[in-house]
Design a binder for this molecule. Structure first.
Ligand code: URP
Ligand code: ZN
Ligand code: ZN
Length: 462
């Protein structure tokens, strides 16, 4: 009888389709067998624990350079440590497209930065301009070098593309067979509403929500899908915040428009009332699209159950609350429109979503795995090495204690970021051991994986 390097014994294995009790045999970096009474040189008793595929967070801003030269304060070492503490073993993060440098140069430089990662990583390439070099020469090269997708913005001063530019990117993406993820909000409508707010002296953080109502997200989503239909190119709507938008996506999907969608735990667990917290505190909750209402939260679950929205990502943004580059970079009296957008969420993604989704009885465990690991792996060309538990897959495994209650504090995540939007939230269900490619990478709140142990993952599309 074979003796495996490691056997994980008697855990409840959960995949996107099954839930059953068995042993997992690991040799080197791979799962090689699943069965009963397997023998290992090392045996880990997982009785009473869930064994999940390592989480795949398909949308994380890590050490990303912004157009003004600032760099997100959560770097690869820090962010990927917090990922492991929360049960995530793969991140897909963003190479910038800032002025003055070419796309391929920025893709390659970002891949090199990722050399410090503690976990495996893939890269989305942001596109902010559509000169001939970018469209004709460079998009094919980053696709060829294994980018997981392209990302474009329909809003933000420094980034947004016009509809014509967006169409150019879609055409180029179609030729290179690469998905385009889209930040959908109507730039001009938001500018108009922001100016109105400021003229009325409504400068407090909650103005962020009222100046970006669901209609601006719904309209941009509809427009993005229309352009996808015109070009016959697959797109993904990132960070869907409310059912009004999900309903548009469902309609387009029913007409066979090639559109898929993502949402994030914060749209299911926090509300726009958090923006009303005392004074500057509310800025912790500024992200785009903004947090919505409790009713919107409730309406989102049916779209997760039906598959209209098929991925849960963190949209982790490594801005500090008190640091130099963070939320306060323009001073604490700055109006809401100047506050950097985004919230940290890489470490909290799985525990917060698990608690809301599983303890809240919204979806079942197989859906949880599908949304947080399997579909992201498939969508970004990383499956079946990543995203499932099967012979031949990488031994990226999370031993998850469904009974463990934890009160979330930022300190638990040991990162460069000085706050979590979930401070004080009690959740049940927590990762106690994480293996990355067969090696113990996190145990009971201690990060073991060293910087540089993560590998760049080339997306295998098609
Ligand atoms: O507020 C957000 N989401 N900031 C991060 C950038 C983006 O839009 O994804
Ligand atoms: Zn976005
Ligand atoms: Zn984002």
């Amino acid at each position: 009888m074979t003796t495996f390097d490691i056997v994980i014994r008697n855990g409840i294995i959960v995949t996107a389709t099954d839930k059953y009790t068995a042993d997992i045999g690991i040799n080197g970096s791979k799962i090689v067998d699943i069965g009963f009474d397997l023998k290992g040189h090392e045996t880990i008793d997982a009785t009473g624990l869930l064994v999940l595929p390592g989480g795949i967070d398909g949308h994380c801003h890590i050490e990303q350079e912004e157009a003004d030269g600032t760099i997100h304060e959560d770097d690869f070492v820090s962010a990927t440590g917090s990922a492991l503490l929360g049960g995530t073993t793969t991140v897909v993060c963003f190479a910038s497209h800032v002025p003055g440098r070419g796309l391929v140069e920025q893709f390659d430089a970002y891949r090199e930065k990722g050399g410090n990662s503690r976990i495996d990583f893939a890269i989305h390439q942001i596109i902010t301009r559509t000169d001939e070099q970018t469209i004709r020469d460079e998009i094919p090269v980053v696709a060829e070098r294994g980018a997981a997708g392209l990302k474009v913005f329909m809003t933000y001063d420094d980034f947004h593309l016009t509809d014509g530019q967006f169409l150019q990117v879609l055409e180029a993406a179609r030729k290179s067979d690469i998905i385009v993820s889209v930040h959908c909000e109507n730039y001009d409508a938001i500018r108009h509403l922001i100016l109105q707010h400021l003229a009325e002296g409504r400068t407090e953080p909650h103005g962020h929500a009222t100046s970006r109502p669901p209609a601006v997200e719904r309209e941009a989503t509809y427009r993005a899908m229309t352009m996808s239909e015109l070009v016959d190119q697959k797109i993904q709507i990132f960070h869907v915040s409310c059912p009004e938008v999900a309903e548009e996506i469902a309609r387009a999907q029913s007409r066979d428009v090639k559109v898929v969608a993502e949402t994030c735990p914060h749209y299911l667990t926090l509300t726009e009332d958090d923006l009303k917290r005392d004074g500057f505190e509310g800025t912790k909750y500024i992200c785009s699209p903004p947090l919505r209402t409790k009713a919107a939260q409730d309406g989102m679950w049916q779209y997760l159950r039906s598959g209209v929205i098929s991925i849960i990502s963190s949209d982790h943004c490594g801005y500090t609350f008190d640091g130099a580059v963070g939320k306060g970079r323009h001073g604490r009296d700055a109006d809401f429109s100047l506050i950097p957008n985004g919230m940290p969420g890489l470490g909290t993604r799985l525990p917060v979503f698990y608690d809301a989704a599983i303890n809240g009885r919204k979806i079942d465990l197989t859906d949880f795995v599908r949304l947080t690991a399997t579909t992201p792996a498939q969508r970004y060309g990383l499956y079946p090495e990543k995203g499932t538990i099967a012979p031949g897959s990488d031994a990226d495994l999370v031993l998850w204690d469904p009974k463990k209650s934890v009160t979330i504090t930022n300190a638990l995540f040991q990162s460069n970021i000085d706050y979590t939007p979930y401070e004080g939230r009690q959740v049940q269900g927590w990762p106690v051991k994480v293996f990355q490619r067969g090696v113990l990478a996190m145990e009971n709140g201690t990060v073991i994986a060293q910087p540089g142990t993560g590998r760049f993952l080339r997306s295998r599309r098609g």
